[in-house]
Ligand binder design. Structure first.
Ligand SMILES: Nc1nc2c(c(=O)[nH]1)N[C@H]1C(S)=C(S)[C@@H](COP(=O)(O)OP(=O)(O)OC[C@H]3O[C@@H](n4cnc5c(=O)[nH]c(N)nc54)[C@H](O)[C@@H]3O)O[C@H]1N2
Ligand SMILES: Nc1nc2c(c(=O)[nH]1)N[C@H]1C(S)=C(S)[C@@H](COP(=O)(O)OP(=O)(O)OC[C@H]3O[C@@H](n4cnc5c(=O)[nH]c(N)nc54)[C@H](O)[C@@H]3O)O[C@H]1N2
Ligand code: SF4
Ligand SMILES: [Mo]
Length: 707
């Protein structure tokens, strides 16, 4: 057998890291790190990609349901038969109830560049767009309903008037990197983590603010441990300290900030005593961070750690405000504002619907800023018919019945659909309710392209697809075919790049000729809000309604929300639900990423399971002792909504009364240790950030007892 070494893209998660693999076209002999992007050798999942690709559990052909809903029972079918079947079922729903009764949903398994380019929402439309726009359904959703957009769209758009993708920490040039509510060692791709390690050698100092000692906190020069969900109080406390000590350059800031006075009055509520009480952080640390931010350059890295509280969007707005007030925005070594990125990909055609997307009544700003339906309102639609009933669902790469809050509600909803199609590599929990399951390839098996910050590459498949599995974009093409708009979705690599870069012919040409395209390098400009480079009219300021950095957000005000970045003590908490707190006295914080899994994924991969065999709840040692729990004990974690079984991991570096619970368990077909470990049985689909609709994953209540 002859093995060849080829540079390709890791097949396992949307990190799309570059790797070098040795393959004979079918088998993978070795996987090595590559110089271009993140080394797979530091990523556990990347190391086991051959085990994932060749897993005996892979779905190899389209499956059609034979058993009653709620059971696993399918027969294999050809693609032609599956397409005919879908055509039949979907046509009947559309004819009887209208196209708005069908919904699409894209999960993390659909975060590859092509899928994203084809189906993600487009700005400039007044109505929500997406995969089903061509047939006139406004109901296109994705895991954006609970991931990234509070941080990446809501907070930056309502503050800077700029999307989060344009805000970049200048790690190479900063004196201090502040990592606040993210863990770049887990977060993919991992080139950021490698860069942090490299810059630390240069002398950069690392500050980490987290509710427990995460992997990145272990690497920190200074670790500040905060009570879950209280970051807003900490930030306001820092600003109050700066204000009280006349350390802010008010004259300068007044020129560029909208609502400065109102905010500086608001922070008066956050005296040291209150801040210490809310956050568990001492006065020294408030003073330390205040001075550090003011006297040095500081870059900021943040993400999901701040998204899942009742004031998630506002807390991230407060954080940006702190960076602005300490003049760390768009300076060398600070938080940079990048040039506008060109829009990519042809828009799918758009047929107007007289129906509004589900969730647009409850969360109007979600529809406005994200252009999608808010999936958290899907159960209400299916089960209560409000505002109308969704009857058909097309799901690409997501496990809805585990990853959304209050999972049983979503199970009920999936069960009550007339027709449900899902595309995946494995039988997931949702399979219990799927009528058709379509087999998806890994990236190793796909011909597509990948976009990196400096270049775009064409990516040929490294190994032959297993069975009759297909890439997401071909699956989308096949479903579109069944629904009558197949010609709008590319079905091979050539059509794919013509679709994605239709407005950039030089990219298409370069990819076809050389397989690679390099972006032009532009000189970096700093302080663009002073020079007028951020606004269309060329005036100094920001592209917001007021033309300034909006501490007071006009958009939030217009939509009836609090315009200042206010702090709210959790809706479910010692203060707001004291009776519940007596029964469930621990703060339930869920979902810090672990190395061996990708949420529900890989709990059937032995190599990875060996690295962390058990689902963990991390507890403070005093809380454990009081309950007679020792490190490694199996425990029951419960609240009024449900109970799960986890293994206790007892540490000192988490506040008393706080917890950190792994997500992803619950698939009956995967490892036995993880089967009763779906923490979303304990979360609440009605407790949300009122601005974004994001569920509260990091600030609920629970109790633990030894089994
Ligand atoms: N309690 C709690 N719940 C959470 C979170 C939390 O922090 N706490 N986090 C939330 C977040 S941030 C997110 S993004 C969601 C994630 O929600 P999901 O997107 O549902 O995440 P996964 O469990 O990764 O499911 C992805 C599925 O896609 C499949 N897949 C992988 N690659 C491909 C592919 O190329 N094609 C196809 N068709 N399928 C593929 C995988 O096998 C897997 O079944 O969960 C959320 N849920
Ligand atoms: N291995 C692996 N990688 C993944 C994923 C995975 O499941 N597995 N999921 C992917 C997905 S969907 C996403 S969205 C990204 C997420 O990427 P990240 O946001 O980087 O996710 P985490 O690694 O959980 O980092 C969040 C950090 O915030 C901390 N935190 C939690 N609550 C609070 C709080 O109240 N205050 C503060 N200051 N910190 C808090 C957590 O302890 C954790 O260390 O990761 C992606 N990468
Ligand atoms: S982060 Fe994702 S893409 Fe990168 S090596 Fe790990 S599994 Fe592969
Ligand atoms: Mo996510």
């Amino acid at each position: 057998m002859t093995y060849k070494k080829i540079e390709t893209v890791c097949g396992i998660c949307p990190g799309e890291c570059q790797v070098e693999i040795e393959t004979d076209g079918r088998n993978i002999k070795s996987i090595k790190k590559s110089s271009i992007n993140s080394p797979a050798s530091v990523c556990l999942r990347g190391m086991y990609s051959d085990e994932i690709v060749n897993s005996k559990d892979r779905i190899l052909n389209p499956l059609i349901r034979t058993a009653p809903k709620g059971e696993i029972g399918f027969r294999e079918a050809s693609w032609d038969e599956a397409i005919e079947y879908m055509r039949d079922k979907f046509s009947s729903i559309i004819d009887n109830y209208g196209a708005h009764s069908i919904m699409s949903h894209i999960g993390r398994g659909g975060f590859d560049s092509p899928t994203d380019d084809i189906v993600s929402a487009r700005s400039g439309y007044l109505e929500p767009t997406g995969f089903l726009s061509p047939i006139g359904s406004p109901n296109n959703a994705s895991v954006a309903s609970l991931c990234y957009v509070s941080f990446g769209v809501f907070a930056p758009m309502t503050t800077f008037g700029i999307i989060g993708r344009r805000l970049l920490p200048d790690i190479e040039n900063t004196a201090y990197l502040v990592v606040w509510g993210t863990n770049p060692k887990m977060n993919s791709p991992m080139f950021r983590y490698n860069n942090i390690v490299k810059q630390k050698k240069r002398g950069m100092k690392l500050i980490v603010i987290d509710h427990y000692k995460s992997d990145i906190a272990k690497l920190a020069d200074k670790f500040i441990m905060i009570k879950s969900g209280s970051d807003g109080a900490f930030i306001h406390g820092i600003v109050k300290y700066l204000k009280d000590n006349d350390m802010l350059d008010i004259k300068y800031l007044k020129n560029y900030c909208h609502g400065l006075n109102a905010y500086l009055n608001y922070v008066d509520e956050f005296n040291i005593k209150r801040v210490i009480e809310e956050t568990g952080i001492g006065k020294d640390e408030i003073v330390y961070l205040a001075k550090l931010l003011l006297e040095n350059t500081a870059a900021l890295l943040s993400y999901t750690g701040l998204e899942y509280t009742n004031c998630g969007v506002q807390t991230i707005r407060a954080l940006y405000t702190l960076w602005m007030l300490t003049k760390n925005i768009d300076i060398k070594g600070g938080l940079l504002i990048n040039d506008t990125q060109n829009e990519r990909a042809k828009h799918l055609s758009y047929k107007k619907s007289e129906y509004k997307a589900i969730g647009s009544e409850e969360f109007p700003l979600f529809t406005k800023l994200v252009g999608q339906a808010q999936m958290t309102q899907f159960p209400k639609s299916v089960l209560e018919g409000k505002p109308y009933k969704i009857r058909g669902l097309i799901n690409i790469g997501s496990v809805i019945s585990i990853n959304y809050p209050q999972s049983n509600l979503y199970r009920e909803a999936l069960k009550n659909l007339d027709f449900f199609v899902t595309a995946d590599r494995f039988l997931t929990n949702d399979a219990e309710f799927a009528d058709v399951i379509l087999p998806a390839t890994t990236y190793y098996e796909e011909d597509s392209y990948v976009i990196y910050p400096t270049h775009i590459i064409l990516k040929p498949h490294a190994i032959e697809p297993r069975g009759n599995a297909k890439p997401n974009y071909v699956i989308l093409n096949n479903i579109a075919e069944a629904l009558g708009f197949g010609d709008e979705i590319p079905k091979n690599q050539e059509e794919l790049i013509e679709h994605a870069f239709y407005h950039m012919p030089e990219v298409v040409r370069s990819l076809k000729e050389n397989g690679i395209y390099y972006f032009e390098k532009n000189d970096r400009h700093y302080l663009k809000y002073e020079t007028g480079e951020l606004r269309e009219d060329g005036k100094p300021g920001f592209p917001t309604p007021s033309g300034r950095f909006e501490i007071y957000s006009n958009i939030l005000n217009e939509y009836g929300y609090e315009p200042l970045p206010e702090y709210i003590h959790g809706n479910e908490s010692s203060k707001n639900t004291p009776d519940l707190f007596l029964k469930y006295p621990l703060i339930m914080n869920t979902g810090a990423r672990i190395a061996s899994t990708f949420r529900t994924q890989h709990l059937n991969i032995e190599g990875l399971l060996n690295h962390q065999p058990y689902p963990l709840i991390i507890l403070n040692s005093c809380d454990a002792k009081r309950r007679g729990i020792k490190d490694g004990d199996w425990v029951r974690v419960f609240n009024a909504r449900g109970e799960i079984k986890m293994v206790a991991c007892v540490i000192d570096e988490i506040n008393e009364g706080d917890t950190e619970i792994n997500i992803g368990g619950g698939n009956k077909l995967f490892d036995i240790n993880w089967r009763d470990a779906n923490v979303n049985l304990l979360t609440d689909n009605t407790n949300q950030d009122q601005i974004s609709g994001f569920p509260i994953f990091k600030q609920l209540l629970c109790e633990v007892e030894k089994i």
